[in-house]
Design a protein around this ligand. Structure first.
Ligand SMILES: [Zn+2]
Length: 283
């Protein structure tokens, strides 16, 4: 357990935080593919093969409001993934080899979409695995990172970050503001999060109400579309209650997906059209 005094980020309660610096409602999504990772099917889908590997995209989404935007997840910090010593210190590189394409895919794709970092109001992470937290490096103190309280406590209190796929330094550094959420929470007009714990203790999914449709960014509660379509939970969970919680999470997502004009987007499916379109279009 890390002593409270050792936390370097500023940690705030959601109820005591200023409203996010966006105006109006979500108008569009900008999907991004910011890396890749080979993942055993059994990790993405409970009961899947431990031998069959999928090359899964690592994704991020910008939620664009009438004014301002909010980033959901953000892939790796490329500096850590490209640094040999950081890889060995940070994760079990013998069995897991993430890939970041040349350049900085997140900032490059954001720039191509015309997104200005000065207009970023906040970032939301579905959970604290390091293939989701890398964009925290880009945040100023007035651009908070929002995550569930349970997830932050998992990051703060886990002794063995290496085997839990956590780069604690992504989320714990001077100049970063964390805002803690407790379960289902409305973040702004047309934007909220829902509790989909199981994959990690404080996993959340993000609900975006766009004109004419609602998109639920599942995060790793549904790596693949088959998780949602067949109501099969993720295969990688934390803690003794993780499997039951992951089961509840996928049922919740499948129920939402069955509603008219609601789409549940899996975070890591190479064949999900919004990600596929990016992969196919970039030379
Ligand atoms: Zn994950």
């Amino acid at each position: 357990m890390t002593a409270p005094g050792a936390v370097r980020s500023a940690v705030r309660e959601h109820s005591e935080s200023p409203a996010l610096a966006v105006d109006g409602r979500p108008r569009a999504l900008v999907p991004m593919v910011v890396g890749y990772e080979p993942i055993a099917e059994a990790v993405s889908v409970a009961g899947g093969s431990r031998f069959r590997y999928l090359l899964e995209p690592v994704t991020a989404v910008a939620v664009v409001f009438d004014r301002g935007w909010i980033l959901v997840d953000g892939g790796f910090d490329p500096r850590r993934v490209r640094d040999a010593a950081a890889r060995v210190a940070g994760f079990d590189y013998e069995n897991y080899t993430p890939i970041v394409p040349p350049g900085d895919p997140l900032t490059d794709q954001a720039a191509e979409a015309g997104l200005e970092w000065s207009e970023l109001a906040a970032a939301v992470v579905t959970h604290a695995h390091f293939d989701h937290t890398g964009a925290a490096r880009l945040l100023r103190p007035d651009q908070p990172l929002l995550l569930q309280r349970r997830e932050w406590e998992h990051v703060r209190d886990t002794d063995d970050a290496r085997s839990h796929f956590l780069f604690r330094d992504d989320l714990d550094r001077p100049g970063l503001t964390l805002v803690l959420l407790d379960g289902d929470t409305q973040l702004a007009s047309g934007l909220g999060v829902i509790d989909t714990r199981g994959h990690t203790p404080g996993h959340q999914s993000v609900v975006v109400e766009l004109p004419g449709r609602t998109v639920v960014l599942a995060g790793d509660a549904a790596d693949l579309r088959v998780n949602v379509a067949a109501c099969r939970p993720c295969g990688s969970v934390v803690g003794p209650d993780g499997s039951a919680e992951a089961d509840r999470a996928i049922r919740r997502l499948a129920e939402l997906d069955a509603l008219p004009d609601v789409e549940v987007w899996p975070a890591h499916d190479p064949d999900w059209e919004p990600w596929r379109r990016i992969i196919d279009s970039r030379g």
